[in-house]
Design a protein around this ligand. Structure first.
Ligand code: GLC
Length: 427
């Protein structure tokens, strides 16, 4: 009896040690949250699968809401309960100050000379005090898409001011509608009350010389006549050159209208290029890209700086392995693949000279120059309070766009609210 019992115990131990060993060989499961705008999820998935195939690990890809505002709310919830469910988080360029405390210092895992390949300003945007809280994955800038076939048909140049864009959009829309193209609109963009509207409205304001809501030194600058003028100009687009539905558009709604051939102009990020130029796209070969217009002749061409990074959650149980996956995904080879497949702008400077990358995205070399005139949202100076600042801002702009309030009055109110949030400008 004793012998039999011993045999059972021994074979049990043997079974469990073999099982444990096999399990060790199989590696662990890492989870990564990826965006799902356009082909983002599919391209993220093929990247992580390629990595997993070279290792003994598995990767679970978790898709997150398209709206940056909703994604932020989800992350904040997850991180506040210290959930180990997601090892790697794809984070927006404006979040390090707000969420950085929940992330590992990535410079502990990735070598310095590799980090030095990225745009220094993007590395800086990911630094919170002395910690580098995420590794840059791709960068973004707001740009103007236009229908080159329609501009040619009506013999109009690419507009360089907002006023010119408005006129061209209106004229082409009217002429096209008269000739039976009933669904065409002039200009589509992101007007929903969310982070994307902060980017759009900041571009209008900055292009008129109206500042950046909060200046780098922390002073609140939004209550000025140039800002009011630019928002008032945009409000006039609703129902004239832009459908009133634009008040509920994010990136993908705008893209679907433009890509189906139903808009002359679109404001969007570079990712839309790869899709609008894909084989099945009705506007393939009929589009071009330019810098967003200036606010009047004395204004500036600009584009909001966006972009996404990869961070390791402090609550992850597989930090070392997560870091290896991040190193792979943010590497030059993978950024190159993503640029060719999805028009995701690399954060590694040398890729802007790569001939395959430029062949797939001829506008990238201009964008590289455009990065010197981008406008950053005031996330560094407002730090932990950026989300509140941005939501007060986009809600205020949305009220003007939907005709509920005059720009001057709303900017006065907004200034007061921001002062309260800043606690007397000590951000
Ligand atoms: C893009 C940008 C991001 C921005 C978002 C707004 O994804 O990369 O920085 O916050 O659009 O919709």
């Amino acid at each position: 009896m004793d012998k039999v019992f011993r045999k059972i115990i021994c074979s049990g131990i043997l079974f469990f040690s073999l099982f444990g060993y096999a399990n060790h060989l199989e590696g662990v499961e890492i989870s990564i949250s990826c965006g799902a705008v356009g082909r983002e999820l599919e391209i993220c998935r093929s990247g992580v699968e390629a990595w997993a195939a070279m290792t003994e690990h598995r990767v679970k890809v978790v898709s997150t809401p398209n709206s940056s505002t909703e994604r932020f709310a989800l992350y904040r919830q997850l991180l506040s309960v210290k959930s180990p469910d997601i090892d790697i988080l794809q984070i927006d360029i404006v979040w390090p100050g707000m969420l950085g405390a929940h992330f590992e210092d990535i410079s502990k895992y990735i070598e310095k000379d590799i980090l030095q390949q990225h745009f220094p300003s993007i590395i800086e945007a990911n630094r919170v005090k002395d910690r580098l809280v995420a590794a840059p994955w791709f960068t973004d800038v707001g740009i103007l898409y236009y229908r080159s076939d329609l501009l040619k048909k009506y013999n109009r140049p690419v507009p360089t001011t907002w006023e010119e864009l408005e006129r061209t959009a209106r004229d082409i829309r009217e002429a096209e509608r008269k000739s039976g193209n009933k669904n065409i609109w002039g200009f589509v963009w992101q007007g929903r009350a969310y982070e994307g509207l902060t980017c759009n409205a900041l571009e209008w304001i900055y292009s008129y010389g109206g500042g950046t809501i909060v200046a780098e030194n922390g002073s609140i600058t939004i209550n000025n006549s140039k800002a009011a003028k630019s928002i008032a100009a945009a409000a006039k687009w609703i129902g004239t050159i832009s459908p009133s539905g634009v008040l509920n558009y994010t990136e993908e709604e705008a893209r679907s209208i433009f890509q189906s051939g139903n808009a002359v102009f679109m404001r969007n990020w570079p990712y839309a290029w790869a899709l609008a130029q894909s084989e099945t796209s009705p506007v393939k070969g009929k589009i071009g890209i330019a810098a967003l217009p200036k606010g009047g002749r004395d204004g500036f061409h600009t584009g909001a700086l966006g972009g996404w990074q990869l961070a390791i959650s402090k609550y992850s149980e597989h930090k070392e392995i997560a870091a290896r996956l991040i190193a792979y995904l943010t590497s030059s080879e993978e950024q190159k693949r993503r640029a060719i497949k999805g028009a995701f702008n690399p954060t590694i400077t040398s890729l802007y000279q790569d001939k395959d990358v430029l062949a797939a995205n001829p506008f990238f070399s201009d964008l590289h120059r455009a990065f010197s005139s981008v406008v950053a949202r005031p996330s560094m100076v407002t730090g932990k309070r950026y989300n509140r600042v941005s939501s007060e801002f986009y809600n205020s702009v949305h009220r003007v766009l939907s005709g509920k309030k005059e720009p001057k009055a709303i900017l006065r109110e907004l200034e007061k609210k921001l002062k309260r949030i800043s606690q007397n400008e000590k951000w």
